[in-house]
Design a protein around this ligand. Structure first.
Ligand SMILES: Cc1cc2nc3c(=O)[nH]c(=O)nc-3n(C[C@H](O)[C@H](O)[C@H](O)COP(=O)(O)O)c2cc1C
Length: 178
């Protein structure tokens, strides 16, 4: 019984390499449940002052407005909590991750919820998850010095406690085009 959280960030619906690659990864995993979060089709809002302030208010002291500001962030974190494996399709856009995926990152990195600072530095609070990432690019090879997306995503996942991370070059997972 495996639950997969499927995150896609390509702005392209038809012909997307990263979408095809994550579909292949998920078919191979044959999960019992798939939670789909398409970050391009339902774009993520950017964090704003209301959200930044609300996340620091203890749950018992939150106003209705604070709770509303955090509602999507809470849902996104609950999706991670419900999953065993997080499958992420990530195109490289302008040497980084798509803005939609970065917005998701900003919403799920929550002090006291997904990470905390200790005397020994930051500690990730998400435990027991595996991440599988398919990276699609044009001329920028995955993990080349000018690929700032892949190391960034790895760092963010580790920061919140997800350190079992497999990265694939998306097109390596797909049959060669005729
Ligand atoms: C806005 C935009 C920016 C891009 N920037 C880069 C880049 O910096 N490096 C690169 O190798 N490819 C770049 N590409 C090409 C995409 O990474 C490539 O087409 C990839 O297959 C996109 O993933 P998808 O097929 O899943 O949509 C860019 C594409 C777009 C649309």
């Amino acid at each position: 019984m495996t639950t997969v959280l499927h995150l896609t960030a390509s702005g392209v619906s038809d012909g997307s390499v990263s979408r095809a690659a994550t579909a292949k990864i998920i078919a191979d995993l044959d999960p019992s449940k798939i939670i789909t979060r398409d970050l391009a089709i339902t774009p993520m809002p950017q964090v704003n002052s209301q959200w930044i302030n609300a996340r620091l208010v203890p749950p018992q002291d939150r106003s209705v407005a604070d709770a509303a500001a955090l509602a999507l962030s809470d849902s996104l974190i609950a999706e991670i909590a419900a999953a065993d494996v997080i499958v992420i399709g990530m195109p490289i856009y302008n040497f980084g991750m798509p803005a939609a995926l970065k917005a998701w990152v900003d919403l799920i990195a929550r002090p006291g919820v997904t990470f905390s600072y200790t005397e020994n530095g930051p500690v990730g609070l998400i435990k027991g998850k595996k991440a599988i990432v398919a990276v699609a690019s044009g001329g920028t090879p995955v993990d080349a010095p000018i690929d700032f997306a892949t190391p960034h995503l790895r760092q963010v996942l580790r920061f919140v406690g997800i350190d079992d991370i497999t990265v694939h070059t998306a097109k390596d997972l797909l049959p060669l085009a005729a």
